[in-house]
Write a protein that binds this ligand. Structure first.
Ligand code: ZN
Length: 59
């Protein structure tokens, strides 16, 4: 189980968990922040561990 404040291996930090439904079955929307470019974005909770920054190509 992921806690707010932890970072995945791609440097994406979990900022906040919402109760909003994600676009995958059973997923919730989580707010993540990239430790490289500081961008904040929404992601499916189920993708957190594998998630890369949406700006990854521009890093
Ligand atoms: Zn980034």
């Amino acid at each position: 189980m992921a806690d707010v404040g932890i970072e995945n291996r791609n440097g994406q930090k979990l900022i906040r968990k919402t109760t909003e439904r994600g676009n995958h079955r059973f997923a919730r929307v989580w707010i993540l922040k990239c430790s490289i470019c500081k961008r904040e974005y929404e992601a499916n909770s189920c993708d957190f561990h594998e998630r890369h920054c949406p700006n990854r190509d521009k890093h």
